[in-house]
Design a protein around this ligand. Sequence first.
Ligand code: ADP
Length: 546
Amino acid sequence: MLGLMSDFPLLLHRIIDHAAKFHGERKVITRSVEGPIVETNYAQIRARSLRVAQRLERDGIKLGDRVATLAWNTWRHLETWYGILGIGAIYHTVNPRLFPDQIIWIVNHAEDRMMFVDITFVPLLEKIADKLPSIEKYIVLTDAAHMPQTTLKNAVPYEEWLAEADGDFQWRQFDENTAAGMCYTSGTTGNPKGVLYSHRSNVLHSFIAGLPDSKNLASSDVCMPVVPLFHANGWSLAFSTPMVGATLVLPGAKMDGASIYELLDTYKVTFTAAVPTIWLMLLQDLEKTGAKLPHLKRVVIGGSACPRAMTKTFQENYGVEVVHAWGMTEMSPLGSLCTMKPEYAKLTGDARLDVQMKQGHPPFGVDMKITDDAGKELPWDGKTFGRLKVRGPAVAKGYYKVDSDAVFEEDGWFDTGDVATMDQYGYMQITDRAKDVIKSGGEWISTIDLENLAVGHPKVAEAAAIGVEHPKWDERPLLVIVLKKGETATREDILGFMQGKVAKWWMPDDVVFVDEIPHTATGKIQKMTLRKQFEGYRLPGVEAAE
Ligand code: ADP
């Protein structure tokens, strides 16, 4: 027997309809790429998204077509998402920080038909446009007054293009399983892989993301997604924020500490989210200026492990609660968040920080397990680590135009490529990426743990641990350090600080100081590049190979 409930397909444009109807006046504030602050609201965003949809159809864009965006977080970018998906086309966010060759590869693989682009990225595109044959037209996200001279094919300023539609338009209706969005993983090894979100998966994920033990968003929040829309589906913030009718603050192109602080303070932001490198810049700026964060309540930190020192500083110096989160592009992206269950709620000080180093527990909608290489489930004792596998309605079951991939298992589980522990209360902690973990004498050393510890040293800005070849142990840890500006330290200072805080055999064999650690386009430490850079590095005590 079937239930007798309404047929209400989970289509994403219903989210902006809801926001416009019930939170229509709620502000959407952007630091525009052109410079000035621009204020609009959900009612206007919806009205203009409808015009985007109408205008796209006039350009011949139809169900299933891919439309790329190469853009910062702005109100215009948000409008393009809803306009594209509202006709059953697919927003394809391209990460401008990728190498040009990767952008070419991704756009060609996705066969994008049009591209919305910020003025910032026009020069970058002009250099590669002749290698992007599928793109018929470029819409530059600005008005006529700021339109740059460009050689891009059929380039028009967004505002002029949009003015040609009157908005007398209805969203198209289609099955909720229709594709809505696309995002390629960075592909640190091999080619990038396209993840294809559906309307249904994104709507469900948006519910999941807003739950109290997730991002706990409400209409009373002022939410600033610093994480770009082009990073892993924008961490769902383009959907979960309007879904609850929270005020939205969009930082545009300026992500330095001072600019982020200015928005946090001026607009009394209560909730924000980004990768640790962004918060490193903000905290350094605050340290310099002595400014405080009286309005900010919660910051979600993920994408890479959040260092203990960062959590401690936010919480103890600024009274801001850190919610450590883990996820993947393939998971829409949220997988787990470290909010306090009653079992841990009473903990304070170091014991609380210990828990907050974990990436947390999954909300309903994400199932999770750890297994050995043979697929056997491992115990939840907080110590045993294994392959982390997940499944759920917002977890990918395949990559775009890839026939099969071993990471998608037959019974619906996705092998994340991460190695993790689970504790008795279901809190997961990432030990490492399987390919980054240091294999010393058959045992594993977590690079994340070593890095976390090293950045606790007051003079250290950033740390990366990598495995270096060793004749006896296969690999031993080398610690690569960037010191805070103007600071000096020696190998012995750093090792002395770490001594006794990790197992003896985990201690790095050597420490090197560098000016900069390479990062991926999404702010992760580029371990592959570092390993290459230090290939053949001779650790102390190791004889030179004859
Ligand atoms: P990209 O490489 O494009 O940034 P993802 O955002 O999908 O791709 O990267 C997902 C991976 O990032 C995870 O599999 C995990 O290794 C890492 N990651 C994400 N969040 C965390 C976290 N809080 N702690 C440690 N690693 C994390």
